[in-house]
Design a protein around this ligand. Structure first.
Ligand SMILES: *Cc1c(COP(=O)(O)O)cnc(C)c1O
Length: 410
């Protein structure tokens, strides 16, 4: 069980933040797509490569990040939290972005690419609704049609985000197959894409067929680009001793790690969602309990039974509730570049309340999983260490969960 046992940091000379030309990070990734999508994916790959090499594209993207999304996001030295853990903790505040999380970085990048390709219809899938809201926002900004596929279960439990998407002018398509959650919404988005290959599919995390994981990593890499210059400015050294982030599909983590993956001085620690515990069966800790398989167009670690049937993941956090994980993260864990903790629901809740009380920041429940790592790693932290932890989003959307916790404790 779990590939975490294999621990060989074999070769730091390979460039870890890029897949090979077929989209593989080690043995994970690739593009397993139906023939009908082949042309669309090839054109996307070409357009992405061209855009990356075009200074005008990058200029427009950075202009939007700055003046629309509000970047750079602060790198905040959390002094009380630092004192509590006996080290120096800096929080990368993605929660302060427009729409409340890191997802806007990617949505803006992909919408510019869609515009460049002359696309007029955007499709997306969403679980908790955060990626749906970010995509609907980007579509409103550009005046493009937007269809968001969302499991019926999620439509019911994340109604505020559905209302936001509606107000932004997007059409929310409730999906009633399977468990009616993210996996089913993604299946439906892919199905729609097959019958409408002209639409532009904005995927919200470092998942899906090549070039999506690479592309989303690129658009999120601004996070570590900023960490570098902010550390230089604040501590006169451009790298931390530790980087910590939560991993659902892996986009905020990939953005946080991107420019440090080949830097041996930096220890990298990921948090996946343990749910009720990795032995309980009620978990979303894919790297701990997953086995190799193919889902949504890529090869990765997957929660599946012996017949290859997907085991429904469980986590208190809708944003980490995915049966797979980005191929890069499966690879990093396998070669020992990252250490992965499974943080259980309860540990995440404790961490969320701790940050709120100590620093006046209510984090998203996903981000609280990254915060849960602090307790696990405390014995390893030295007083001089610099720890950078990404707060991927704000907690507004999770108030119901937090209020329930307060009521239960009274
Ligand atoms: C969607 C989301 C996540 C998980 O997605 P990644 O691609 O793993 O980053 C984490 N935090 C927040 C706030 C989210 O909205």
């Amino acid at each position: 069980m779990g590939v975490q046992k294999i621990k060989i940091i074999s070769n730091f000379n390979i460039i870890m933040n890029q897949p090979d030309n077929k989209g593989y990070y080690g043995t994970f990734g690739g593009a397993y797509i139906p023939e009908i999508l082949h042309g669309s994916v090839e054109r996307l790959k070409a357009a992405f490569d061209e855009a990356k090499a075009d200074p005008a594209f990058k200029a427009e993207y950075y202009d939007l990040l700055k003046h629309y999304a509000g970047r750079p996001s602060p790198l905040y030295h959390a002094k009380r939290l630092s004192a509590l853990y006996g080290t120096n903790i800096y929080l990368k505040r993605e929660d302060l972005n427009h729409t409340g999380s890191h997802k806007i970085n990617n949505a803006l990048g992909q919408i510019l690419l869609a515009k460049r390709m002359g696309k007029t219809r955007i499709i997306a899938e969403t679980g908790a609704g955060q990626h749906g809201v970010a995509t609907a926002t980007a579509c409103a900004l550009m005046g493009l049609e937007c269809i968001v596929f969302m499991g019926k279960t999620d439509v019911d439990r994340q109604f505020l985000n559905v209302q936001k998407m509606n107000m932004l002018g997007a059409k929310v398509e409730p999906v009633t197959s399977g468990n009616m959650t993210l996996k089913d919404a993604t299946n439906e988005a892919i199905r729609y894409w097959c019958s409408n290959p002209d639409s532009f599919y904005i995927i919200g995390s470092t998942v899906g067929p090549h070039p999506y994981p690479d592309m989303v990593a690129y658009f999120q890499s601004v996070i570590s680009e900023e960490i570098k210059s902010q550390l230089q400015e604040q501590i006169n050294r451009n790298y931390p001793d530790y980087l910590i982030a939560c991993v659902g599909g892996g986009s905020n983590a990939m953005g946080t790690y991107f420019h440090y993956l080949n830097d041996e001085r930096v220890k990298i620690i990921s948090a996946e969602a343990g749910g009720l515990g990795i032995e309980s069966g009620e978990t979303a800790a894919t790297i701990h309990v997953g086995t190799v398989g193919i889902i949504h167009g890529f090869r990765t670690l997957l929660m599946q039974d012996e017949d290859g049937q997907i085991i429904e993941p469980y986590s208190i956090s809708a944003g980490l509730d995915y049966p797979g994980v980005g191929p890069a993260h499966a690879h990093f864990a396998q070669i020992g570049r990252t250490k992965v903790h499974a943080i259980n629901d309860d540990e995440a809740l404790v961490a969320a309340f701790e940050l709120t009380k100590m620093e006046g920041i209510i984090p998203a429940i996903e981000s609280a999983h990254a915060l849960g790592v602090l307790k696990k790693e405390q014995p390893n932290f030295k007083p001089d260490d610099v720890v950078v932890l990404t707060v991927s989003g704000r907690g507004d959307k999770d108030m119901e969960t937090y209020v329930k916790r307060i009521a239960n404790n009274e």
